[in-house]
Design a protein around this ligand. Structure first.
Ligand code: EPZ
Length: 459
């Protein structure tokens, strides 16, 4: 008999990163409040030099789940989500925000979540939650569409760049919203509801596309989003919205058309596998030389990664929904990459790929075209012995014989993943500080890597 599953999201405490104690709820159904040491001070200790051999189950995609959780605001019926990465801090932070707005949220350790926005109590996303998780901006479109009013704190910048949300605002104004920016908040209203519009994004924007696509599902008339993002996560969100009764075509291309409907219903939807986690472990295999089987994922989402990795010397095979990777030959060869919106090379795998280049024969050039400050992993890698020169938005990486373990600092989510990769292959032990960045986007990194032979522990 399966033990009564607890609701791992019904802690009253905000999963704040700054909070001295983070309340956790036992899975056994007891609402136990346990204090654990502040996660912000946790470190990872990794002893390098061990090949990764074995299987890694890939979690549901953070960058699909966050938006689909916001879609629950569009209906007064329950939205059931499976393959949810329920233990990620970003997911828990958003769950806390949705509860604040009035959504009942329930998550179970079988990775199923049920979100029910029966009524909207408080259409406000306060600064202290939004600043922790920029994806909170994605409640703006759904709240305006469902409720006609929303107050969302401006997310502000983050480590990798200014991250403005002007396209989100301009697009909603094109759909008839009246928007005022005051006291650091976006104060938006749409009396009489939103209306269909044609909006062309000045630059491709992943969450901009998703915010407007959700808003358009309940607008009066037809909305056409041009120069839209084509990421698989946009398609996964559109699939969920269609299950809820939305009329959407063109998702996955640069032009998305949405016919507004009067209301949406509840649905059940599976979150797609995390392509960035998948790519991260493919690169880990290239670096450590071991053979990995990545479970329940999809190589179709990573076409831009295949040829650079194969050129570098990694063999990539698919078996059903698994990907098997292993290094052919005894050395990696350097190659160039340039990040681009999907289907180009994903910026979220740039730091990880650059880390691999530090040990490749020859040199490689990495050009970052999406964000203005996404090389913060470079100084840390240089402290481990890498040879990297930054020129503008490019980094020239010259291969070295080895990296040496050191004490390093994580600065943002994907930079910290790249430091884990470097530590797995460096000579000696590496200590990575501020690993709360990692907990935002990678589930159970110690368990997953430890099960494949990594000498890794959280202290
Ligand atoms: C999403 O961020 C992802 N986050 C990011 O993943 C990812 O790196 C990024 O897309 C690019 O793929 C989520 O999905 C939650 P953008 P997003 O809007 O939507 C500029 C991770 O590590 N821009 O596509 O914020 C912007 O400054 C995170 O998981 C505007 O100028 O990215 C950037 O230069 C990091 N005005 C470019 O467009 C706007 O209104 C692309 O940004 C919006 C964006």
């Amino acid at each position: 008999m399966q033990a009564e599953l607890g609701n791992i999201w019904n802690s009253e405490e905000s999963p704040s990163l700054e909070r001295k104690e983070v309340s956790v709820i036992d899975f056994a159904g007891q609402d136990a409040q346990k204090s654990i040491k502040p996660s912000g001070l946790d470190k990872l200790c990794i002893e390098g030099g061990h090949a990764l051999e074995g299987e890694i189950p890939i979690s549901g995609a953070k960058n699909a789940a966050l938006k689909i959780m916001c879609a629950s605001l569009l209906t007064d019926e329950p939205l059931t989500l499976t393959n949810m990465p329920v233990t990620l801090n970003d997911i828990k932070t958003l769950a806390h925000l949705l509860k604040h707005i009035g959504v009942s949220v329930m998550a179970r350790h079988d990775k199923t979540a049920v979100l029910h926005a029966h009524t909207i109590k408080e259409p406000v996303a306060p600064y202290d939650l939004v600043r922790k998780m920029r994806g909170s901006i994605l409640v703006l479109g759904p709240l305006l569409a469902r409720h006609g009013f929303a107050e969302v704190s401006l997310p502000g910048g983050c480590a990798i760049g200014a991250r403005p949300v002007d396209f989100h605002i301009k697009g909603l104004e094109a759909m008839g919203a009246q928007i005022l920016i005051e006291d650091g908040y976006i104060k938006a209203k749409a009396t009489g509801g939103l209306k269909g519009a044609v909006y062309t994004f000045p630059k491709v924007s992943h969450t901009g596309t998703e915010n407007l696509m959700m808003a358009a599902t309940l607008a009066k008339g037809t909305t056409v989003l041009k120069n839209a993002a084509r990421e698989p996560e946009v398609v996964n969100l559109a699939d969920c919205l269609r299950r809820m009764g939305a009329q959407i075509t063109g998702d996955g291309t640069d032009t998305i058309t949405i016919e507004g409907v009067s209301s949406l219903n509840g649905a059940t939807h599976a979150i797609m596998p995390d392509r960035i986690e998948t790519g991260t472990w493919m690169i880990a295999s290239a670096l450590t030389g071991g053979r990995l089987r990545l479970l329940n994922t999809n190589l179709d989402y990573l076409t831009a990664l295949i040829s650079p990795l194969e050129k570098a010397g990694l063999t990539i095979e698919t078996e059903g929904s698994d990907i098997v990777v292993y290094r052919t030959g005894d050395c990696l060869k350097g190659t160039d990459i340039m990040t681009d919106p999907y289907p180009g090379f994903p910026t979220d795998l740039q730091a990880q790929f650059l880390t691999m280049l530090t040990l490749c024969k020859g040199a490689g050039m990495v050009t970052e075209t999406i964000f203005e400050n996404r090389f913060m992993h470079v100084p840390e890698l240089c402290r481990m012995g890498a040879n990297i020169t930054i020129q503008g938005n490019s980094a020239i990486v010259r291969g070295v014989e080895k990296l040496k373990g050191a004490e390093v600092m994580a600065t943002d989510l994907r930079a910290s993943a790249s430091l884990v990769l470097a530590a797995l292959v460096a000579e000696g032990t590496t200590t990575i500080n501020r690993i709360y960045h990692l907990d935002r986007g990678y589930e159970d990194i110690v368990g997953k890597l430890g099960n494949c032979g990594a000498k890794i522990q959280r202290v």
